[in-house]
Every structure is written in C-alpha cells, then in structure tokens.
Write a protein that binds this ligand. Structure first.
Ligand code: DGY
Length: 321
C-alpha cells in the first residue's frame, strides 16, 4: 500500500506527478486562501507525510495526527515549525536548503544596490513626472563598489552574497557569526567582528540570521544608533529580527541612510504601515527565492523530502538543530 500524504498548497504539475507515483495524496488547491487550521487537523489525521509551508506546525497540530512521519516546508527558513514538538511526536521536519542560495543572494544584491543608489526612490520620482532638472546632488547616493559589507549570519546564502560583493564590487567584507569561518576569511579577506563593531564599521549591513528566540529583535534602537548615518540596512532574513518601530524612527530621523527590506514583522505588510510613507526604503514582498526555476526546484526538493519521510526513510533535508 502506498503512503498517504497531504499537500496544503498548490504545487506544479510535474511535482504532483512525482508524488502520484509514490503516494496516495490530496491537495489544498486554493492559492488565495490558506487552509483553516481545523480543516488541516482533519486532513492530517491519517497522513503519513505533509507539505506545509508558511503555516505553524505546532503541538496542537501534531497531536491531531496518528501516522505522520514527515512535514516538509518549501523554504529554507523553518521558523513556523516547532522543532521541540516535532521531536516529541517523532516527526521529521524538512526544508529546502542549497537550491535557493544563488537566487536569494541575487535579490539581496538588488536590495544593496537600490538602498545605496536610491533606485526604488528615484524610480518613483521619475514615474511621478517630477524629474524636471538635470541630475544634481539631490540625486546622490552612496557607492557600493569599494565600500564595506557587513553580514550578520554567515550561512550558505551569506557566502553567495560575499562572492558577489568581493569579486564583483571589490567590497571589504566583515561578518558576525556564532562560529568562525576560516575558509571564508581566507578566500574573501573577510574579518569576523562582534555585532556592535560590525554595525559601526559597515556601509551596508545585511541581516541573514534565522529567526529564533535569540535573534528576535536583534537589531533594535541601540543597534541602529551604532550604524553610520550613510549606512543601509538590508533585511533578507525574517521581519521580527529587526525592531520595525525602531527602524521607522531611524529612517524618519535619517540616523541611517536607507533600508531595503524583503521581509516584515507582519506579511503581507499592512496597508497603513509607516514604512509605506517613507522615501528612503526599498520594499519587496518576501520574494528572495521567487524565480520560476528556483521555486520549481524547491517544490520538487520539498516533495522528495516528504515522500522519503512518508515512506519510512530519512529525508535528505532534515532540519538540523
Ligand atoms: C526561505 O526560503 O525561507 C526564504 O525566505 C525565501 O525567500
């Protein structure tokens, strides 16, 4: 008998065909609305595996299952998964590392460029028909090339950003990370710093740490105050890692130059959010990995993880904690 799996969001056809070869399955096919929790609990009652992205997997949900062996998120971040509860219920939690690293690093570079050279702000200006004079100092931004890039959280994506920064833009690299990265230091002349020192030295501060209890509000009022008035903050990690109220205040007071954000405390960003009224921001709707190719690869990898787990094997991308 094939294992039974539940997929809680739409998936591409080729991924569905792969799942169909190995499992009996059902899919929540509504892309506009998330499956309600009570319905999800019913659907998972007899499931051996599930694909569940962007929704909490917690004790309450797991307690409602009888056969579940693996839950698989189509993302590298897994902050919606309660890892202790997964361990307690003996369920593998899996994610999709590697396949998105370059794609996310590309977006982060776009955010760096936009933040330094005010691309989003000046784009709005031109579109509003306000471009009436020759470019002058009112349009100045800051150079990216030969400036200093500071990365907070040096994982695989951080390394891809550093490659682009060092070899493409000849930037100096500083980083803050729990562990030292001797190879990275050698290859890219990177220097590991304490957080406060990095904040006061970097021209572009990129936040790439996973969201955990320790990293929640890691960048708050005090940390923002340490940054240069010409500095740009880029958040490509998770919204709650930055204190958004403190960030809005810093941007209003121009105590930092600008911020480029792909992630927010609340997503989608509320329509009356004060960030929307600020000129010195570049805002994207959590699209770090959103290219067709990468999305398909992530979906497939997540499906393989789910099928492996549901069939009683150890999936290739078990979340390591
Ligand atoms: C992830 O996969 O966790 C990223 O947030 C994608 O943008």
């Amino acid at each position: 008998m094939k294992p039974y799996v539940y997929i809680a969001h739409p998936i591409p056809e080729h991924v569905e065909s792969y799942i169909a070869e190995h499992c009996d399955y059902n899919i929540w096919n509504d892309s506009n609305e998330k499956i309600p929790k009570e319905r999800l609990k019913e659907e998972l009652k007899n499931a051996d595996g599930a694909m569940l992205t962007g929704q909490p997997v917690d004790e309450e949900l797991l307690a409602a299952t009888e056969n579940l062996k693996a839950v698989s998120t189509v993302s590298v971040g897994y902050d919606r998964y309660d890892i202790d509860a997964l361990k307690k219920y003996n369920v593998y939690g899996t994610h999709t590392p590697y396949v998105l690293d370059d794609t996310v690093a590309d977006l982060i570079f776009g955010l760096i460029l936009s933040g330094g050279r005010r691309i989003a702000e000046l784009h709005e200006y031109v579109k509003a028909g306000e471009w009436g004079v020759e470019p002058d100092s009112a349009f100045y931004g800051y150079d990216i090339h030969h400036s200093t890039l500071g990365i907070i959280g040096m994982g695989r994506i951080g390394e891809k950003i550093v490659q682009r920064a060092r070899f493409g833009f000849e930037m100096d690299i500083v980083y803050h990370n729990r562990s030292r990265k001797p190879e990275l230091e050698e290859t890219f002349d990177a220097v590991r710093l304490e957080l406060n020192e990095l904040l006061s030295r970097a021209d572009f501060v990129v936040v790439m740490v996973p969201l955990t209890d320790e990293t929640k509000q890691l960048i708050g009022e005090e940390e923002l105050r340490l940054m240069k008035s010409s500095a740009v903050l880029i958040n490509g990690a998770r919204g709650p890692v930055v204190d958004e109220n403190a960030l809005v205040a810093a941007l209003q007071e121009k105590s930092i130059f600008s911020a480029s954000l792909d992630v927010f405390e609340q997503e989608p960003l509320p329509k009356d959010h004060p960030l929307l009224d600020l000129p010195n921001v570049t805002l994207t709707p959590h699209i770090g990995s959103a290219t067709q190719k990468t999305d398909e690869e992530m979906m497939m990898r997540a499906a393989v993880n789910m099928v492996e787990g549901a069939s009683g094997q150890t999936p290739q991308d078990v979340i390591k904690e």
